[in-house]
Structures are given as C-alpha cells and as structure tokens.
Design a protein around this ligand. Structure first.
Ligand SMILES: [Zn+2]
Length: 80
C-alpha cells in the first residue's frame, strides 16, 4: 500500500497530555503509520481498518506471535 499523502488535512496533532490519542477521537492507520481524525472505521488513504482501541487483541496477538517466533528460532538453533 502506498500512502497518497492526503493526511495533511486530517493528521492528528500530538495531544498535550500525552498518550490519550484514542480517547480524543483519533484513530491510527497501521499501514500509513499515522494518527488521524476520521469518522469512518477505514483509512481514507489505503482503506485499511483503523485502530480505535489501544488495547485491542490484535496487538497482543502480534506480540505473542513474535515471542513464538523467537522460541522457534531458539529451538532451531538447538537442533542445528
Ligand atoms: Zn492508511
């Protein structure tokens, strides 16, 4: 996916209190790696579903799969 660069109008500014982006109605596109103010659930740029919950299960799954990969690598090293 290539970012079309239409975020200049929607790009969210860094909140002064720090961190609470999602609570301020900002959403994150994992593809464009940008926080935007957008009412739709899908990125206006690439069409990928926007993240609205900082504690969503997908993120946890990503962490878990990374750990699994590490374990698999260590096992592979032991077998090699
Ligand atoms: Zn996007």
């Amino acid at each position: 996916m290539v970012c079309k660069g239409i975020f200049s109008r929607h790009k969210a500014m860094r909140p002064t209190n720090g961190g609470m982006r999602y609570l301020r109605g900002q959403k994150r596109c994992q593809v464009c790696q940008v926080f935007i103010y957008w009412r739709d659930s899908y990125c206006p740029c690439c069409g990928y579903k926007l993240g609205v919950n900082p504690r969503n299960s997908k993120f946890k799954l990503t962490l878990r799969s990374k750990n699994n990969k590490k374990q698999q690598e260590s096992i592979t090293n032991l077998l090699a």
